[in-house]
Design a protein around this ligand. Structure first.
Ligand SMILES: [Zn+2]
Length: 311
């Protein structure tokens, strides 16, 4: 089961069939995302329909530096927040919306991704970094995650993700992962930074990004900014088939955590929202809601697609 992604050229040409496939493949995970935040079933379907309409309208701004799923989830997050906000304005009360209010800024930022004016990053500065640098940093982090995964160093992976993406303090990581002492955490971090700096140098001919890691005292320069890129580019999100195997209980768990330990940590402890949505989707028992949703989505999308191709 590989992770399917669409032919964006066909989507940009408003190809009915390709869009129908997109709806079929992604509606379930989008619905799962919305379902964690919107209680009313009918409203959920409306939100997901709006996501697909937004995707058709925005497809020309799709940025290949990101995956198609990231593009959809970015729109989905914003439509969900819009919905919760509208509901709050109409006096139903905020309640559930509160949970998401802290991510307003994220949402704006995330939707900005496919456009030219990507949000300024504080890593190097708005001018030099922009999209190119962010893309390169994401690539370095992804390389590091992949090689750490391949080496089956799952505890190391969890510790670094906790520190870099989760913003944990050394002490918290030390306690959670039962390391010898806080110095052991600092040591893991130091080695990870050293390796990332080397990976950066391999890619970065201009030296702009290599500088961002600083000299030996890299720590002060890294922190929230790397967390931002780590999250946005989803550098450590396991592919969907890993989530499926995690649900089925067929992933190896060893004393170091193993893939099972990592997936549980990433999805449940760090609370990755995209992975939660994918897992909820995979675990769905009742397909009824999904069938009704797909019908509605197909009708509204088809109307929009036809209006685009006739013009
Ligand atoms: Zn994830």
């Amino acid at each position: 089961m590989s992770d399917w992604s669409p032919d964006v050229a066909r989507l940009t040409a408003f190809d009915d069939q390709e869009w129908a496939e997109v709806e079929r493949v992604y509606a379930g995970r989008l619905l799962a995302y919305v379902a964690r935040r919107v209680a009313d079933a009918e409203a959920r379907e409306d939100v997901v329909q709006e996501v697909f309409l937004g995707a058709v309208r925005g497809i020309t701004r799709f940025d290949a530096a990101y995956t198609f799923e990231q593009f959809l989830f970015g729109i989905c997050r914003n439509r969900t927040i819009d919905h919760l906000r509208r509901r709050a304005v109409h006096g139903v009360g905020i309640g559930e919306g509160d949970e998401d209010s802290h991510s307003d800024r994220d949402a704006v930022r995330f939707d900005d991704l496919p456009s030219e004016d990507a949000s300024p990053s504080r890593v190097v500065g708005a001018d030099d970094l922009a999209r190119h640098g962010r893309g390169m940093l994401a690539g370095v982090l992804r390389d590091w995650v992949q090689e750490t995964w391949s080496a089956a160093e799952f505890r190391r992976l969890m510790v670094i993700e906790a520190l870099f993406r989760g913003g944990w303090r050394n002490r918290d990581a030390w306690e959670r992962f039962e390391l010898r002492d806080e110095a052991a955490v600092a040591g893991l971090k130091f080695r990870a930074l050293k390796r990332m700096r080397a990976l950066t140098a391999e890619r970065d001919k201009t030296g702009v990004l290599t500088n961002l890691w600083g000299g030996d005292e890299a720590e002060p320069r890294v922190g929230f900014d790397v967390a931002e890129v780590w999250k946005e580019a989803r550098v450590s999100c396991p592919a969907r088939h890993w989530l499926a195997r995690s649900l089925a209980g067929t992933l190896a768990a060893d004393p170091d955590g193993g893939p099972a330990g990592f997936v549980a940590f990433h999805v449940d402890e760090l609370g990755c929202d995209n992975c939660q949505a994918n897992r909820d989707d995979l675990a769905r028992q009742d397909e009824g809601e999904l069938d009704a949703l797909l019908e509605g989505v197909r009708a509204s999308n088809l109307a929009l697609l036809r209006s685009r191709t006739i013009a």
